[in-house]
Design a protein around this ligand. Structure first.
Ligand code: PFF
Length: 446
C-alpha cells in the first residue's frame, strides 16, 4: 500500500506533468542563452552526451525510488535506507533556490504578455530598462508566485495534470512555427551553423573546455529537473503498472526536442538581427520581440507566444513548489493550502532580492555575480549535481541495481533490456563524471 493517496489519472497525464516539469524556462529561455555563451554547437554536442550518460540514468533512478517508496523526496530516500534521507534534502533546498530566480523570470514573462497586448515598443534596450526597475518586476513576480501557489493548492490530478495536458502540446506546435519563421530570416544560416556545426578550434584552453562541461552538466540537471527529488515526488504518484523506462525516454526526448527547437527559433534570429549570442539572460527577451515585430500579426503572435512560455514556466514552477509542499505536508500538521502559501511567501522574499540584484540594486552580489545569477549557479552547478551524485550512489550501491531493476521492471513483468547499461552508468560513469567536473570546476573558480 502506498503512502500517497493521490495518483495520476492516466499515463498521458503523468507524462505531460513530468514533461511539464522538465520543459520550462530552462528550455525556452535558458538553453539558447547558455548555448550562446558556451560556444554554440560544441556545447550542444556535450549536452547531448551528458543527457545519455547522466540525464537518463538519474531520471530513471528518481522515478523508481519515488514509485517504490511512495512518498516525498526526503522520506522516499529514507525509506530506501534510514540514513539516506539527506539525498532527498537537496530537492527541498534546491527547489527553494531555483524558485527564487524562476519567479523573477516568470514575472518578466507576464510583463511581456501585457506589453504585447498593449503594443508597447519592446526594442532591444527595453529588456535592460525593464529588468532594472525596482517595483514593477517584483509586482509581476508576485503574480507569478500566486498563480503557482493556487495551482499547487488544487492538488495533483486536479491542478498539475489538467493544466499540463492541454498546454504542452500547444506549445510544441507554436514553437515549431516560430522556428520555421526564424529559419527563413536573412542570414539565419549563420545562427544555424553556430548552433549545430561544432567548431572545436574555438576552445583554446583547458579551462574553456571545463567551463563548457560544467555549463552543459548544469543545464542537463536544470532542464530535466534532476537531482532535486522532483521526479521522486512525481514518481510517488505513479501507478504500479507504469513503464518507467519508456516514460523516461519519452520525457527526455520531449525535453530535448523543445530545447533544440527553441535554440533554432532564437539563435538564427540573433544572427539575423545582429545581436550577440553571448549576451546572457536577456537573449530571449531581446531577440523574440524583434522577430515578432517583423511578422504580420506579430502583436498577436507575441502575446500568444509569451502566454505559452508562461504556461511552460508554470508547469515547472508548480513541480518546484510541490517538492517543498509535499515534504512540509507530510512532516507538519499544516494543510496543503497553508504550506503552499507560507513557502511562497518565503520564496517571494528571496525573489525580491534576486530581482533587485539584476539592475535596481546591483550591489546585491555574491562574489562577483549578482544574487540572481548566484541562485542559478548554486542550484544548477552545486545542489543538483550533488543531489544527482547521491541519487546514483543510493540507487547503484545502497539500494542496489537488482532491487532498482525489480521496481523498474514492475516486479519482472516488463522486460528491462537496458539493465546492464543502467547499472554501468548509475554505478560508475555518472558519479565519476559528476565528481570530476564538479571538483575541477570548483577548484578552477576558487
Ligand atoms: N526543468 C525546469 C525547466 O527547464 O524550466 C526547471 C526545474 C523544474 C528545475 C523543477 C528543477 C526542478 F526540480
Amino acid at each position: 500500500m502506498k503512502a500517497n493517496k493521490e495518483q495520476w489519472s492516466s499515463k498521458f497525464g503523468f507524462i505531460m506533468a513530468a514533461a511539464g516539469s522538465a520543459i520550462g524556462l530552462g528550455n525556452l529561455w535558458k538553453f539558447p542563452y547558455i548555448a550562446g555563451t558556451s560556444g554554440g554547437a560544441v556545447f550542444v554536442v556535450v549536452y547531448i552526451i551528458f543527457l545519455l550518460l547522466l540525464g537518463i540514468p538519474i531520471l530513471l533512478s528518481e522515478l523508481a525510488i519515488g514509485r517504490f517508496a511512495g512518498s516525498n523526496a526526503i522520506d522516499s530516500c529514507a525509506k530506501i535506507h534510514p540514513k539516506w534521507g539527506f539525498a532527498g534534502a537537496f530537492g527541498v533546498i534546491g527547489a527553494f533556490g531555483v524558485m527564487s530566480g524562476y519567479c523573477v523570470v516568470g514575472g518578466w514573462v507576464i510583463k511581456y504578455i501585457i506589453n504585447s497586448f498593449t503594443d508597447t515598443n519592446m526594442g532591444a534596450d527595453y529588456f535592460t530598462e525593464y529588468s532594472s526597475k525596482s517595483f514593477e518586476p517584483i509586482l509581476w513576480m508576485a503574480v507569478f508566485l500566486i498563480i503557482t501557489c493556487l495551482i499547487v493548492t488544487g492538488g495533483v490530478s486536479n491542478g498539475i495534470e489538467k493544466v499540463s495536458s492541454v498546454l504542452l502540446p500547444t506549445l510544441v506546435v507554436f514553437l515549431f512555427g516560430i522556428m520555421i519563421y526564424s529559419l527563413t530570416l536573412p542570414n539565419a544560416i549563420e545562427g544555424v551553423k553556430f548552433f549545430l556545426v561544432p567548431d572545436f578550434s574555438e576552445i583554446t584552453s583547458f579551462s574553456d573546455f571545463m567551463t563548457i562541461l560544467f555549463n552543459a552538466m548544469g543545464q542537463v540537471f536544470f532542464s530535466l529537473s534532476l537531482g532535486m527529488g522532483t521526479l521522486i515526488t512525481y514518481g510517488s504518484y505513479l501507478p504500479e503498472d507504469n513503464n518507467l523506462a519508456s516514460s523516461t525516454i519519452t520525457i527526455v526526448t520531449l525535453d530535448t526536442l523543445i530545447a533544440i527547437v527553441s535554440g533554432l527559433a532564437i539563435l538564427p534570429a540573433v544572427f539575423s538581427f545582429g545581436f550577440e549570442p553571448t549576451e546572457g539572460f536577456g537573449l530571449m527577451f531581446r531577440t523574440l520581440p524583434a522577430v515578432f515585430s517583423q511578422m504580420s500579426g506579430g502583436t498577436v503572435i507575441a502575446a500568444l507566444f509569451f502566454i505559452l512560455v508562461l504556461f511552460a514556466a508554470l508547469t515547472s514552477s508548480i513541480s518546484l513548489l510541490e517538492v517543498i509542499v509535499s515534504w512540509v505536508c507530510t512532516n507538519t500538521r499544516l494543510t496543503r493550502a497553508w504550506a503552499a502559501a507560507i513557502i511562497s511567501a518565503l520564496i517571494f522574499i528571496a525573489g525580491c532580492f534576486a530581482s533587485l540584484s539584476v539592475g535596481a540594486i546591483p550591489d546585491i552580489k555574491v562574489g562577483s555575480i549578482s544574487l540572481f545569477e548566484f541562485f542559478s549557479f548554486f542550484t544548477d552547478k552545486i545542489i543538483m549535481p550533488l543531489g544527482g551524485f547521491f541519487i546514483c550512489i543510493l540507487t547503484g550501491y545502497v539500494w542496489g541495481i537488482d532491487k532498482a531493476a525489480k521496481e523498474i521492471s514492475n516486479n519482472g513483468r516488463l522486460k528491462f533490456a537496458m539493465k546492464k547499461l543502467f547499472s554501468v552508468t548509475v554505478r560508475y560513469i555518472a558519479p565519476f563524471l559528476i565528481a570530476v567536473i564538479f571538483v575541477t570546476s570548483i577548484a578552477d573558480i576558487a
